[in-house]
Design a protein around this ligand. Structure first.
Ligand SMILES: Nc1nc2c(ncn2[C@@H]2O[C@H](COP(=O)(O)OP(=O)(O)OP(=O)(O)O)[C@@H](O)[C@H]2O)c(=O)[nH]1
Ligand SMILES: [Mg+2]
Length: 235
């Protein structure tokens, strides 16, 4: 059994070492693949140092910043060469997605195709913490908007914390995606949902980034507004 956790990074030097340590604390047997877009802060060098101590960590270095969508697609295509991988987890580097949820997600995995760490399934264990009002409104509205336009029944359609049965990723065609920001997460879910994948949402509290600067831009927001329409009318 081989499971890979993919962590895309852009200027996450302060977060990456503690994050990797925390992931191994909760799920010691996983492999971690960091995919870095040539971060100016030297995240890749930090990962190379971590790799000296941990054989289950690897790095995919990309030439420049192209957004997390492109980074993930690059990682999926690399992993498709390895038929022994059972599950892949996608998660952010900034501790918004706590590794403490990983054991529960892996526990659910055998009965589903996709397990989503969800902020919007109700109850006190599902939500966001530390965000200003505008981020909360944007995120909630973005979710409802995406669900309404696409008809997808996943409650947290923009979630970036997911466990996916690996063979489903092998069938993904990178050419079908042309998004860079978190809209990629909507499109990835939509693609998997359209294939008839069995989804399970588990509650998470999403925390605001621990260290470093936000990369949310007006371009990423604009992309999120257009993406659900494009997905809906795509053949
Ligand atoms: N490889 C790569 N990773 C990226 C890129 N943009 C963002 N990321 C990573 O993707 C994850 C999610 O991005 P964030 O910047 O945290 O986006 P966010 O959570 O919407 O916003 P903040 O937490 O406020 O910054 C983080 O681990 C980032 O380092 C990129 O262009 N390339
Ligand atoms: Mg973040």
């Amino acid at each position: 059994m081989k499971n890979v956790i993919i962590v895309p990074t852009y200027n996450e030097k302060e977060n990456i070492r503690p994050l990797i340590k925390d992931i191994f604390k909760y799920v010691p047997d996983v492999h971690i693949l960091v995919i870095d877009d040539n971060s100016p802060d030297g995240t890749a060098l930090e990962v190379k140092n971590i790799m000296i101590e941990h054989k289950n960590v690897s790095l995919l270095s990309r030439a420049g910043k192209e957004g997390l969508g492109k980074a993930y697609l690059n990682a999926f295509s690399e992993l498709s060469k390895d038929p022994d991988i059972d599950y892949v987890v996608v998660m952010d580097a900034d501790f918004s997605h706590s590794p403490s949820y990983l054991p529960e997600m892996f526990k659910m995995a055998p009965n589903y195709d996709v397990v989503v760490g969800s902020r919007y399934i109700g109850g006190e264990n599902s939500g966001t913490e530390g965000w200003e009002l505008w981020r909360r409104v944007l995120s909630k509205f973005g979710n409802l908007y995406c669900r309404f336009i696409t008809g997808m029944s996943v409650k947290d359609s923009t979630a970036g914390f997911m466990l996916i049965r690996k063979e489903l990723l092998d069938e993904i065609n990178a050419k079908d995606f042309d998004v860079s920001g978190y809209a990629f997460m909507m499109e990835l879910k939509y693609t998997l949902w359209k294939k008839g994948s069995r989804f399970k949402e588990v509650p998470i509290i999403f925390k605001n980034r621990r260290q470093g600067e936000s990369k949310l831009s007006s371009h990423i927001i604009a992309e999120g507004i257009i993406a659900p329409w494009r997905m809906r009318f795509k053949k």
